[in-house]
Design a protein around this ligand. Structure first.
Ligand code: HEM
Length: 574
C-alpha cells in the first residue's frame, strides 16, 4: 500500500540527510539520490520538505503543469511523451503521496478544442451532376478520426488529430496505440542511455520479433504468415498493408534517435527483403523463421571504402570454385548498419568485370568463416552499430545466391525504394520531434519577460518547420498508396524517381528542423542529455540520413533522370 503524508509530515524531512519533496502530490525521498542528481544537490536542498512541482517541471523535459493531462490512459487523448524522468525514477524514489491527492479515477474530460470526434464512418457525398463517388479505400474499415496524442498542431500526422484521411482506418489506429504504448513504457525512458552506451539491449530486438513487428516490416504486400508464428496483436495478418508498415516505422521514430531506429530495423529492413523476395525457397525456409523471431540478425552490405552511391563500381569479389559449388568472397564493406551483431549478411559482390552487369547478391553467413567485423566510430546514430567488414576467402555455397548471377543490380535497385522510404518516414518523424520539442519548450521558456512562443521570430521558425513537414508527409502518403497498388518492378520504374526526390526533400527538411530546433533550445541542445537531448542527438544524426541510401545530390539528379526516362516510355510529348 502506498503511504499517505500530510504536507507538514513532508515538511519535517527538510534536512540534507533527510530530504523529502513533493512533485505533483507524490512524495519522494531524495536523501541518497541527491548525490547523483544531474542538476546538483544544493538545488534540491533548497526545496527540501516543500512542494517542488513548479521547479521540477521547469528544469526537466515537459510541459507546464497547467498544460499537462496527467496519468490518462493511452488513447484517451494522452500525451505519452510526458514524464519520462518520473516514470524512470518513481519506483526507486517515491515513498508515497499526499493525503490530498485524489485516487486515480475516471478518464479525463476531453480537451476544450478541438473536441475528440466520434469514430464515424465518413460517407462520401456525390457532387451535383456526378453519378457516384468511388471510395478510395477499403470501405469495410472505419476511418480513424479520434483525437490522439498531444494534439499540438503538426506534431503528429493530421489524421491523429481528428482530420479526415483516405488511407488510415481503425486497424491503423489500433496499431498506433499498441506501438505507442510499448514505446512510452519500455523504450523512451531509456533511449538516451542506450545511445550513450552505443547498444540497445538484445531483449528489445527480440521483442520486435515476438510482437510480429519484424515480419510486418518486410515491404511485402502480405504479412508473411508462412514464415513466422508471430502475429501483430492489434492487426489481423490479412489486414496488414504498407500503411501499417509506414505507421510502425513512424511510431518507432518518435524515439528521436536514429541509433535506436536503425538498431531495431536498420539492418533487418534493408537486408531481409532481398532474401525474402529473391532467395531460393529452401534458403528462405531455413533462415527466415529465426530472423523474424528476433533470434538471428541480418544486415545489408553494399557500400565499400571506395563505392557508395555509385554501386556499379564495387569491387568486393566472389569467384566461383571449379566444381561450381561455392563462391570464394574477398573484399571490404564499410558503414554497414548492425554488422557487428549480425549472423547473416546480404552482400553485393562482383562476379564479373562488366560494371553493373557484373554484380550479384550473396547471403553470407558468419558461420561460413573469414568474416571479421569491427565497430566504427561515427558522428551520429551511435546505438546502430555502424561496422567495417572484411571477407577473407569466405566460402559461400551457391545456394546462397540471391536472384541470378550478374543480375544483382536490379535486386539492389528494387531494394533501394524500400530503404529510401524507410529513411523518408524516419526523417519526417524526426523533423516532427524537433518541431514538437520546440513548441513545448517555446511555451515554457521565458526570455525578456515573454514566453518564446510570443516572439514572432520563433513562430516564424515553427511555421517553416511545419510547412515542410506537412508537404513531405503528404507526398509520402501518396507514394505509399502508389506502392500499395503496384508490384515491385512497376514501383521501381515508375516511383523510383519520385521516391528519390522525396528522400532528398525529407533529409533537407530534417536538417532544417534540427537546426531550427537547436536555435530555439539554445545551449540546452548543445550539451548532451537533459531537456535538449533529443534535439542534440538528432542534430548529430542528420548526416546519417542525408548521405547513405543515395546522397541528396544523387537523389535529386535521379528524381529527374528516372522520371524523364519513364515518362518517355509512357508517351511524354516535348
Ligand atoms: C523526483 C525528483 C527529481 C528527479 C528524479 C530528478 C532527476 C533529474 C535528472 C535525471 C536530470 C538530468 C537531466 C534530464 O534528463 O532531464 C535532472 C536535471 C536537473 N534537475 Fe532534477 N530531478 C528531480 C528533482 C528536481 C528538482 C525539484 C529540481 C529543482 C528544484 C531539479 C533541478 C534540476 C536541474 C536544474 C537539472 C539540470 C537541467 C539542465 O541540465 O539544464 N530537479 N534531474
Amino acid at each position: 500500500m502506498a503511504k499517505t503524508f500530510s504536507a507538514s509530515d513532508v515538511a519535517s524531512h527538510n534536512k540534507p540527510t533527510d530530504l523529502y519533496l513533493i512533485v505533483d502530490e507524490d512524495v519522494y525521498d531524495l536523501s541518497k539520490f541527491q548525490e547523483e542528481h544531474p542538476g546538483g544537490k544544493k538545488i534540491l536542498q533548497r526545496v527540501a520538505g516543500k512542494d517542488a512541482s513548479k521547479q521540477f517541471w521547469k528544469y526537466h523535459n515537459d510541459k507546464l503543469p497547467e498544460e499537462r493531462v496527467a496519468d490518462v490512459p493511452i488513447g484517451a487523448n494522452a500525451d505519452h511523451s510526458l514524464q519520462a524522468i518520473l516514470k524512470k525514477y518513481k519506483p526507486q524514489l517515491q515513498v508515497g503521496s499526499l493525503d490530498t491527492k485524489a485516487q486515480p479515477a475516471a478518464p479525463p474530460s476531453p480537451p476544450a478544442t478541438p473536441p475528440p470526434q466520434k469514430k464515424e464512418k465518413a460517407e462520401p457525398v456525390p457532387e451535383a451532376g456526378t453519378a457516384s463517388v468511388v471510395p478510395t479505400q477499403d470501405v469495410e474499415e472505419e476511418e480513424a478520426m479520434d483525437a490522439y496524442g498531444s494534439m499540438i498542431p503538426y506534431a503528429d500526422p493530421s489524421w491523429y488529430q481528428s482530420y479526415h484521411t483516405p488511407y488510415f482506418n481503425q486497424t491503423h489506429a489500433a496499431l498506433r496505440d499498441e506501438v505507442r504504448q510499448w514505446m512510452e513504457d519500455e523504450i523512451m525512458p531509456n533511449v538516451t542511455e542506450w545511445d550513450e552506451a552505443k547498444k540497445v539491449p538484445d531483449s528489445v530486438y527480440k521483442a520486435m520479433g515476438e510482437k510480429g513487428y519484424l515480419a510486418g516490416l518486410l515491404g511485402v504486400h502480405n504479412y508473411p504468415t508462412h514464415l513466422t508464428d508471430a502475429r501483430v496483436k492489434s492487426v489481423p495478418p490479412e489486414k496488414w498493408d504498407l500503411f501499417h508498415e509506414m505507421l510502425l516505422t513512424d511510431e518507432l521514430s518518435r524515439s528521436g534517435s536514429g541509433g535506436f531506429v536503425w538498431n531495431v530495423i536498420g539492418g533487418f529492413g534493408i537486408g531481409c527483403p532481398p532474401v525474402v523476395k529473391h532467395g531460393k525457397p529452401a534458403l528462405v525456409k531455413r533462415i527466415l523463421p529465426e530472423i523474424l523471431s528476433g533470434d538471428k540478425r541480418i544486415c545489408l552490405a553494399i557500400t565499400e571504402p571506395d563505392a557508395g552511391s555509385d554501386v556499379a563500381n564495387l569491387t568486393c569479389e566472389a569467384k566461383l570454385t571449379e566444381d561450381g559449388k561455392h563462391y570464394i568472397v574477398n573484399g571490404e564493406k564499410k558503414w554497414i548498419t548492425n554488422g557487428i551483431w549480425c549472423d547473416y549478411f546480404t552482400v553485393a559482390v562482383r562476379t564479373s568485370d562488366k560494371g553493373m552487369n557484373g554484380i550479384s547478391v550473396l547471403l553470407i553467413e558468419r558461420s561460413h568463416g573469414g568474416v571479421s567485423t569491427r565497430r566504427m566510430d561515427c558522428q551520429g546514430v551511435w546505438s546502430s552499430g555502424t561496422t567495417y567488414i572484411t571477407f577473407e576467402d569466405t566460402k559461400v555455397p551457391v545456394e546462397n545466391l540471391i536472384g541470378k548471377e550478374n543480375q544483382g543490380f536490379k535486386v539492389i535497385m528494387t531494394n533501394f525504394n524500400h530503404e529510401r522510404i524507410g529513411i523518408i518516414i524516419q526523417c519526417i518523424r524526426f523533423s516532427r520531434v524537433c518541431y514538437e520539442e520546440s513548441v513545448k519548450y517555446a511555451n515554457k521558456r521565458r526570455t525578456f519577460g515573454q514566453k518564446l512562443i510570443n516572439h514572432q521570430v520563433i513562430r516564424m521558425k515553427l511555421a517553416h518547420m511545419a510547412r515542410q513537414i506537412e508537404a513531405s508527409y503528404s507526398w509520402l502518403e501518396s507514394l505509399i498508396f502508389q506502392c500499395q497498388k503496384m508490384n515491385d518492378t512497376e514501383a521501381m520504374l515508375k516511383l523510383g524517381g519520385a521516391i528519390a526526390g522525396l528522400k532528398a526533400q525529407s533529409t533537407v527538411t530534417f536538417e532544417f528542423c534540427a537546426r531550427e530546433a537547436s536555435q530555439i533550445f539554445g545551449g540546452l541542445s548543445y550539451s548532451r542529455g537533459g531537456q535538449g537531448a533529443k534535439v542534440e542527438r538528432l542534430y548529430r544524426d542528420v548526416r546519417a540520413y542525408a548521405i547513405p541510401g543515395g546522397s541528396e545530390e544523387i537523389m535529386l539528379d535521379l528524381s529527374i533522370r528516372q522520371a524523364m526516362r519513364v515518362h518517355k516510355a509512357l508517351g511524354m510529348k516535348l
